[in-house]
Design a protein around this ligand. Sequence first.
Ligand code: UD1
Ligand code: F6R
Length: 696
Amino acid sequence: MCGIFGYVNYLVDKSRGEIVDTLIEGLQKLEYRGYDSTGLAVDGDDDKAFIFRQVGKVAALRDHIEKDLRPDTDKIFSSHVGIAHTRWATHGNVTENNCHPHTSDPNNEFVVVHNGIITNFRDLRILLKGKGFKFQTDTDTECIAMLFKHIYDTNLKNGHEVDFNELMKQVLYELQGSYGLLVRSSHYPGEIVATRKGSPLLVGVKTERKMKVDFVDVEFNDDPESQFASPNSLRFPSDKTAKPSNSSKFHKSQSRAFLSEDGIPMPMEFFLSSDPSSVIEHTKKVLFLEDDDIVHIYNGELHIHRATKEKGIPATRSILTLEMELAEIMKGPYKHFMQKEIFEQPDSTFNTMRGRIDFNENVVRLGGLKDWLPTIKRASRFLMIACGTSYHSCLATRPLFEELAGVPVSLEVASDFLDRSSPVSKNDVCFFVSQSGETADSMLALQYCIEQGATTVGIVNSVGSSISRQTDCGVHVNAGPEIGVASTKAYTSQYIALVMVALSLASDSIALRNRCISIIQGLKRIPEQIKRSLELEDQIKDICDKHLNGQKNALLLGRGYQFATALEGSLKIKEISYIHSEGVAAGELKHGVLALVDKDLPIIAIATKDSLLPKVQSAISQVTAREGRPIIIVNEGQKLQTNKKELAFIEVPENVDCLQGLINVIPLQLMSYWLAVNQGIDVDFPRNLAKSVTVE
Ligand code: UD1
Ligand code: F6R
């Protein structure tokens, strides 16, 4: 998905070459999110910015800049603003022209990078064309740059000199949609403005000096009239009465965090990004922005402005210390992040439970839910809302919620839930499960449930992400950063986090105590059992070589708890190896799918031990009776009665029924990985997919 990165140095000498390197390295850290083209802008030799754009990988952008003789890479800037972008095309094809940064005019007076979607861009284009602007791209972003220029010029014509942040406010007044936005301008040298709405943005702060306080005050516009006072409003072009906002006050205040002891300006560097992973190598001090915050950086100071004081919006932004280590996001000895993440699961599942389960006392304590458990237990209904793999973790644990909480549970794919505007009441508790915590559909569903007054609970991997921050409470799954586009370790950790939530809901029940104890003891065995399942890799590679490589289709069969495993295995196979695969509820086989079965169709059946095993066996018989040759996942030592038509058995450790899916998914993850690698596919960046889907 799109990524943005900006670098600002103040009183820190940097050559143009070093600045470009910093921007390129920032983009490289965003590569894992998936993208199709890149670009960056730095100061030119005169007022005009240099802009470089390239379709393809970040490395190609670097080559492009090196080959371009324009920039004198040795030129030193003691104060400078650079902005950069990885694009994932939504409006306009993947072409160099459509790559960000986008510019207002041939002189690059205003240059922007943008994540998200401007929903009213068509109207804005018409209006701006009417004002003489000539669009060069098919993107929704270009109109933002032009709006800046149009509003700046109109202010000037009317004799108003506006601060950069004030100009941003006037532009935002015209924009609808979602955005993470960085803007630089030749009219405001050394300054940058940035904002976010529904798209993540944080700022890393680096200085050798000690900062006075570890927070930044939010500067509210205290002139109630000026918040809507866009003197150049495009929506109301004939409104001549609108009052220009009083911009002079904005440069007066000084941010306490950036005041030096001696009053002498401090050398500062700022790193603006949509993702902490591109900031932590430079600094661990970061500020996460709230929606509608406007960041204005100039003279080594960072200011945060907002149009109005709103209830519930804090008046300061904390400068936090990120604990994430760079090593954590590197590949280590593995060939791909996905492989690394699959093999991390003994540790990541352990980390999900660390400090939260007392295996001696058989007690689960979730710090993030402690104060909310009574409210959650009173719910009349649970809704589990998510997308993709995260949805599968909900499906895998729904039966346990029903069993342990005795509350009806609705399962919702976030986009479909929104499409239906499904009724939600304030007695509902809505669980939002997301690895990234930034998925647009899940975010919108969350907004909707908040508006309906429901209690919202996040089950999220990324600390500081939008879902984690906007839910009432929740559980961080603590799987560590997941970089491979295909979600693996996040799935097993989400699954365990949800099991722990279900167990917490049953903590008062004497009738359920023995069941809970057996599940808690089952959880204790999971890391070691996953480790053993990973030892099946050679067998899985062999099965791929003998039976699956080169196939175009596959069917995965599961029932009860294992239906989710079948769906998740199938999603993994299709998304990274591009083999069409279907996860089928074994009970549905005879209702249509059986027509596909013949001796050639690869079938993977999940037949580990649980109460539904006889029914799964009957499904396998239906398949083999039609010449189907299944590969069957069973428990170690399990003797399955078959008519010997199976191609292979994969034997996995046995656990409690509701946890068996955590083990069964491992051979399927390995299978999808090797099926893709055997075809030479870049497993970490499957085509057409992005790590974090921040568009609807
Ligand atoms: C927290 C600390 C952890 C510390 C532990 C010990 C954080 C992020 N976690 O973990 O470092 O070791 O206490 O005391 O500081 N939340 C949401 N929505 C979500 C996820 C979480 O609102 O989607 C909230 C929780 O309700 C909680 C906070 O975020 O208030 C932290 O959640 P979590 O990390 O799960 O809490 P602990 O496990 O207690
Ligand atoms: C599949 C995959 C996706 C995500 C989905 C939701 O491997 O990664 O299906 O699970 O896009 O993303 P999150 O969990 O970040 O909300």
